[in-house]
Ligand binder design. Structure first.
Ligand code: ADP
Ligand code: MG
Length: 254
């Protein structure tokens, strides 16, 4: 269980003159949950997006299960992966967005079947069987034929989680999965993520839900200004932070 699943080393990323990631290092072990906290604009989403190839890094490298992602500096040279390789790797990384991003014109079942059939070339029958199993797992067996906009936000996000699982990802990335939800719907989504954690799913979760971090995270990472300020077990980072910036942030969100 101590294999490194995601490794981020010296990652820099700028948008024009704005340096958003300033040398990020991170290690996520297989079967563990890493929660990333940090103020708005600190680079959390950009970091997740580089792991999923949605942004290219300028410097440094990232690997997922030993597969190198994006650019890597080797003897001063920058190497870029071929588009086909990027697609192949991206299918093994699940991404759950703040705003669900379901396909509105597809039923719930078809949202789950789409990637396994069209990207992984699974037979449709098999993909449907998997999809139904996953819907059961997130408590939405009865919604297979519904369209996303007929569901509550909490249900849509549970579908999005099931869809992310449908490609059997090596790691699941969550970018503020409950931030767009009405408060009474947050719990049902966090409960699904907790179940996945108990089942040993490797996850990186950006969230402001400190209680969730305390309960579920193996490691809490505090980011500020495009860098990791401190990281460690929840009890260390949340209850005994070593840096003034972490303390200031926690004082605002707790
Ligand atoms: P967080 O998720 O921690 O709030 P982000 O990673 O979204 O932070 O953003 C970090 C900074 O990068 C912000 O200042 C944001 O405006 C900027 N940024 C993010 N994406 C882009 C982009 N595609 N183009 C230009 N600036 C961006
Ligand atoms: Mg963000």
């Amino acid at each position: 269980m101590s294999d490194v699943m995601v490794e981020v080393r010296g990652v820099h990323k700028s948008f024009g003159a704005l340096e958003v990631l300033r040398g990020v290092d991170l290690e996520v072990r297989a079967g563990e949950v890493t929660v990333i906290l940090g103020p708005s604009g600190s680079g959390k989403s950009t970091l997740l997006r580089t792991v999923n190839h949605l942004e290219k890094v300028d410097r440094g490298w990232i690997s997922v299960d030993g597969d190198l992602i994006g650019y890597r500096s080797s003897r001063g040279k920058l190497h870029e992966l071929k588009e086909k390789e990027v697609l192949r790797q991206r299918t093994r990384i699940g991404f759950v967005f703040q705003n669900f991003n379901l396909f509105p014109h597809l039923t719930v079942l078809d949202n789950l079947v789409e990637a396994p059939v069209s990207v992984l070339r699974r037979p449709r029958r098999e993909a449907e069987a998997t999809a139904r199993r996953l819907l059961e797992r997130v408590g939405l067996s009865d919604k297979a034929g519904a369209y996303p906009l007929q569901l509550s936000g909490g249900q849509q996000q549970r579908v999005a989680i099931a869809r992310a699982l449908a490609v059997e990802p090596k790691v699941l990335l969550f970018d503020e999965p409950t931030s767009a939800l009405d408060p009474e719907l947050v719990g049902e989504v966090l409960d699904v993520i907790k179940d996945l954690a108990r089942a040993g799913t490797t996850m990186i979760v950006v969230t402001h839900e400190i209680g969730f971090a305390r309960e579920v995270a193996d490691t809490v990472v505090f980011m500020d200004g495009g860098a990791v300020v401190e990281q460690g077990p929840p009890a260390a980072v949340l209850d005994d932070p070593q840096h003034a910036r972490t303390r200031a942030f926690l004082a605002k969100v707790l």
